[in-house]
Design a protein around this ligand. Structure first.
Ligand SMILES: [Fe+2]
Length: 306
């Protein structure tokens, strides 16, 4: 088993904003193409939000410009795209499929002993409700997990961990836009996996590792994000994040290069262990009052002995 994947996410080609340097996206994509040439991955993943949406006509043009940036990369390795919410604000899945020349529906690809699951669950955000993950996407994922006979890498735009957004520029005060409201059901589906399983997402514009039921959930920083940049580290500059995920027989080595660097190395075997289901609430445990009574008795004995 030896699988190397290069990852780019949240390219956000478009106008600069307070926190995103969208005007640097195409220059950074040229650098990403060199990164792919240097690292020779088996495949390349784009986890979505390729553009910062404006209107239907502008968005089509922006997506076409991003596709042009992927043309030289496709000569180096197969590239798989996933749509993010910004790719879907004004554009349909079919329009994105036409531009990127591939299906953007759920798919699996077996590569180098790993099953790469492209979980392209719906990423439309409706305001003020947020995301909605259709039952059909959850059922599809459950079938893939039930049939798995090798390690799974589950790639999606939206993170599935439900991890804390404290400190996140976009999501600390908007956590309902950071994940699916069906998160508990999705994690129940993931928990049933009997094989080593890793989840990878974009969307939240920061690098994280969160372990849920023994499953590592990774999120990767945006190519053009700048909210994490302090004055010392170059405020106002894009992160230029390029991810590299390397599976070997024993380990998963995930690193993100760029101004917001990240790295973790995990034992692969550990990712197939499912944890105990969480115990009940302490206040509802049967022996709670008995335990308190024993502590009180001990304390009064101790006091009497003084
Ligand atoms: Fe994004």
């Amino acid at each position: 088993m030896n699988l190397k994947i290069a990852i780019v996410t949240d390219i956000h080609h478009g106008k600069d904003s307070a926190s995103k340097k969208g005007e640097s996206a195409l220059t950074l994509m040229a650098a990403f193409a060199s990164f792919v040439a240097d690292n020779k991955p088996d495949l390349v993943l784009d986890l979505g939000d390729r553009i910062s949406d404006m209107d239907p006509e502008t968005d089509l043009e922006l997506e076409r410009e991003v596709n042009a940036a992927f043309v030289p990369i496709r000569e180096l390795a197969p590239v798989f795209h996933i749509c993010g919410n910004h790719d879907r604000d004004f554009l349909s899945v079919a329009q994105n499929e036409e531009i990127f020349g591939q299906t953007l529906r759920n798919q699996v690809h077996d590569v180098e002993g790993i099953r790469v699951v492209l979980w392209r669950a719906d990423t439309v955000i409706s305001r003020p409700l947020g995301f909605n993950c259709p039952d059909s996407d959850i059922a599809w994922l459950a079938e893939v997990i039930a049939a798995a006979d090798r390690p799974l890498l589950i790639a999606s735009h939206v993170p599935l961990s439900g991890h804390s957004q404290i400190g996140n520029y976009y999501f600390q005060r908007n956590p309902e836009y950071s994940t699916y409201p069906q998160g508990e059901r999705i994690r129940e589906v993931l928990r049933a996996s009997k094989v080593p399983t890793v989840c990878l997402a974009g969307h939240v514009h920061w690098n994280t590792l969160t372990t849920i039921d023994g499953i590592p959930h990774l999120s990767q920083q945006s190519l053009t994000e700048s909210f994490v940049m302090s004055a010392e580290s170059g405020a106002g500059k894009p992160c230029g994040s390029f991810g590299l995920l390397h599976f070997t027989a024993d380990t998963i080595d995930y690193q993100v290069l760029g101004a917001d660097a990240f790295r973790c190395i995990l034992p692969l075997a550990q990712t197939e262990r499912r944890w105990y289901p969480p115990m009940g609430n302490f206040s509802e445990l049967a022996d709670h009052s008995e335990r308190q009574a024993r502590i009180a008795a001990f304390q009064s004995q101790a006091q009497a002995a003084q």
